[in-house]
Design a protein around this ligand. Sequence first.
Ligand code: FAD
Length: 489
Amino acid sequence: MDKNEILKTSAEYRDALKKLKPNIIKDKMLEEPCEDEDIQRGTNVIALTYDYARDPKYKELMTVESPLTGKVINRFNYIPRTKDDLKKRLKMINLLAQEVVCVQRCVGADGLYALFIGTHRLDKSNKGETRYHERLLKYLRYIQDNDIAPAGAVTDGKGDRSLTPAKQPERDSYLRIVKETDEGVYVSGIKTPITMSLYTEEIIVVPGLQYTEEDKDCAIAFAIPADAEGVERYMLGPDVVTMTDEFAPTHGRKYLNKEGMVIFNNVFVPNERIFLHGEYRFAAIYANLFATLHRFSYTACKPALFDIMTGAAMLISDYNGTKGEYFLSNTSEKIFEIAKNSILVSGMAKAAVEAAQETESGAIFPDPTYANMGKYIASDMFTGAVSTLQDMSGSLPANLPYSNLLSSEKHKENVRKLFARKKGISAEDQYKLNEFIRVLVASSEGGLLQIGSKHGGGNKEAEKVAIYANHLRRMFQCKSLVKKVVFKD
Ligand SMILES: Cc1cc2nc3c(=O)[nH]c(=O)nc-3n(C[C@H](O)[C@H](O)[C@H](O)COP(=O)(O)OP(=O)(O)OC[C@H]3O[C@@H](n4cnc5c(N)ncnc54)[C@H](O)[C@@H]3O)c2cc1C
């Protein structure tokens, strides 16, 4: 490897995971977690981000020179400074999402990005009495020097939603400081569901809410190795099962979101890895920075998903002979209803870049109104697009015969009759396309994608709050405008 580059191979990433102390529980503790097929399929997603960074075809997009070290690093570990950086970040996520659907690595990357800006602001508000930003830079350098893909843990278990953290009957519903020493703090609690937490070397923790003084022990941000003493990781989603044979699409067979719950049980965090420590007013600032940045990432991956659904809708119309108009059913109109969402969300992404603002930390920050609106539209429209694709595909995706029968001497004649649709399209291709659509819209993984599009990065209400916060003044101006026009005020 060029000495000016720090770009791990995907094999080195896998080896680094193998060296971690086993602490992953599926239905029981996994002694060799890297041998687990679900974990392997999740690992493949992250491995692709390493492979693309070394692939001459994608290298320019996937890598960038670090201002901290002068070395070429993976773009996920780089803090954007210009509008061009933001555009490339979006393009990189979109490219990967076309292959893997959910890129997963953006959560930790957005956590680093949010902490970069947040720590700078916090030190400034403390008039330089704290050195959180310096610590963060040191940690960022560690991540870059070792080309680590960290997970981002923001969402707490949260317990009874109507109660504040301090009033929870189960105090571990929120991650919190349980003991302090001169060297650091001990933390306990739950963060869940944490994407790629089962196949990462490092976990970055950011508060998920605003806190009052009463809850200030929850106002903590830090980073720890995924196998730190006291950390346990639970594999989630027992029902996310997929077909794995030759007819299965890559998503499911090769790639998977395997979510994890991270339990912290008296975990020691040394001072140099703490980036917020009881400054409860800043918890909301950190959480909001992360939320906007992560929603901005969604404006890159969700257009890829809408594009995939558009392509699937077009192909299934070709394969079934339903292209065109038929008795109150217009296929082009239906495809348009799916395709428009990609344009809308990409438009919001472009607007968020165009109106991005530099911050005093040196990082650039995408416009929060457009970033939040992009994610809001993506969430709002996702179920409708799924529904349209289900409608256009008919019952076949959910009613496929077992694939081995396609080649069974005894049964293939019968089974192939089902796939005798548009002339010239083989039964195998019909099967593959319908299986692909099943995975997208009628499977446990498809369900995960739908829930992810709703809740990942926060739910619609949280997005609305962020939009109102930035747009309310403009809305009042709209009222004044109408008063002026109607009443000549
Ligand atoms: C696929 C997937 C991947 C994810 N990956 C990550 C990750 O990598 N890292 C991470 O930190 N998080 C992750 N998340 C978590 C995500 O951020 C949360 O799911 C999201 O913030 C919503 O929180 P919740 O699931 O606890 O739902 P809730 O907050 O319980 O919301 C459910 C509903 O209840 C409503 N509600 C909430 N509180 C109240 C109340 N007090 N009164 C009335 N109504 C209320 C909400 O508006 C919503 O309609 C992921 C989620 C998914 C689905």
